[in-house]
Design a protein around this ligand. Structure first.
Ligand SMILES: C[S@@+](CC[C@H](N)C(=O)[O-])C[C@H]1O[C@@H](n2cnc3c(N)ncnc32)[C@H](O)[C@@H]1O
Length: 262
C-alpha cells in the first residue's frame, strides 16, 4: 500500500524510507490501511492486480484474478498452439484477465470475452481499453470482442461450430459451501462469480453440454474447478461427446483444470 501511494517499486520504497511523506500521501495511506484493516481484500484496496504480463483494474464488480487461473490461461495457449487456433472464447471473463492474456500473448488470435454480469463487463471493457492503449501494436480493439449474456448465448450465432478453444473459470462453489469460504471472499467478491447451484457443477454442466455445438473439429475446452469436482466433470465431458479428457494440476499441484478434446 505504501508503494502504491508513493508510486514506487519495492526498491524505490526502500530508498524513500527516510524521506518525509507529503500530508496528502500520508492521508491516502491511512485510508488504504483502514480499508484493509476492515477486511477488504488487498487487490480491491489497491484497485489493481497483476495477471501474467497484465496490470488490471480490479474492484468489487469482479472476481479477483487468481494465480491458478494464470495456469488455465497457459494451458489454453498451449491447446491453441496445438490446434493452430484462430478463434477462442473466454466464458465468464470477469476482469477480462484470461481473454486479454490470450490476445496479448498470441497476436493472431481473435478472442471473445463474455459475461452475464453487466458490471463485470464494464471492468473488462476498461481493462481492454487500457491494455489496448498500452500496446497499440497488439491491435486488441480489432481482435477482442466483448459479449453480454449467459454462457454461449452471449456469442454471435455465426461462431457456432467455428471456435477452436473454449476456456472458462466459471463459478463452482456449491450453495451450502458458501458459508465455509474465507470472509475476504464471501463478504467481498460477487456471489454471481462464485456460486453454481446445489453441487457447484451447474455452470460446468451447461458449458460442457453446449460446447460441442460451438467447437470446430478438432477443438477443446479448458475449465477451472475445485479438486473434488474434476472426476464428475470429466464424466460429464465424456457424456457430452468429448473423446479425450485430462485433469491437470494448478501451481500447487492440486487437480484443478479439466481439458476436454473433441
Ligand atoms: C469465477 S469468476 C471468473 C472471472 C475471470 N474469468 C477470472 O478467472 O478471474 C466467474 C465469472 O462468470 C460470470 N458468470 C456467472 N454466471 C454466468 C453465466 N450464467 N453466464 C456467463 N457468465 C457468468 C461471473 O460474472 C464471473 O465474472
Amino acid at each position: 500500500m505504501a508503494q502504491h501511494v508513493a508510486e514506487v517499486d519495492a526498491a524505490g520504497l526502500q530508498r524513500a524510507l527516510d524521506e518525509p511523506v507529503a500530508a496528502v500521501a500520508a492521508a491516502r495511506f491511512r485510508e488504504l490501511v483502514a480499508r484493509r484493516a476492515g477486511g477488504e481484500p488487498l487487490q480491491y484496496v489497491l484497485g489493481r492486480w497483476a495477471f501474467r504480463s497484465l496490470d488490471l483494474t480490479v474492484d468489487r464488480r469482479v472476481l479477483i484474478p487468481r494465480p491458478e487461473t494464470e495456469v488455465l490461461a497457459e494451458l489454453a495457449l498451449a491447446e491453441g498452439d496445438r490446434l493452430g487456433a484462430r478463434r477462442v472464447v473466454d466464458l465468464g471473463t470477469g476482469t477480462g484477465a484470461v481473454a486479454l492474456a490470450l490476445a496479448v500473448e498470441r497476436p493472431d488470435l481473435a478472442v471473445w470475452a463474455t459475461d452475464a454480469s453487466a458490471e463485470a463487463l464494464e471492468v473488462a471493457r476498461a481493462n481492454l481499453a487500457a491494455v489496448a492503449a498500452e500496446r497499440p501494436e497488439a491491435d486488441l480493439a480489432a481482435r477482442v470482442q466483448l459479449g453480454a449474456g449467459e454462457w454461449f448465448a452471449a456469442l454471435p450465432s455465426d461462431l457456432r461450430g467455428r471456435l477452436d478453444v473454449v476456456v472458462s473459470n466459471p463459478p463452482y462453489v456449491a450453495e451450502d459451501e458458501m458459508a465455509e469460504l474465507p470472509a475476504e471472499v464471501h463478504d467481498w467478491e460477487p456471489a454471481l462469480a462464485l456460486v453454481a447451484g446445489d453441487d457447484g457443477l451447474r455452470d460446468i454442466r451447461t458449458i460442457l453440454a453446449e460446447a460441442p455445438t460451438w467447437l470446430a473439429r478438432p477443438g477443446a475446452v479448458l475449465l477451472e474447478m475445485a479438486p473434488h469436482q474434476v472426476g464428475r466433470a470429466e464424466r460429464l465431458a465424456r457424456s457430452a461427446g468429448f473423446t479425450a479428457t485430462a485433469v491437470l494440476p494448478d501451481l500447487t499441484g492440486r487437480d484443478r483444470i479439466l481439458r476436454a478434446r473433441i
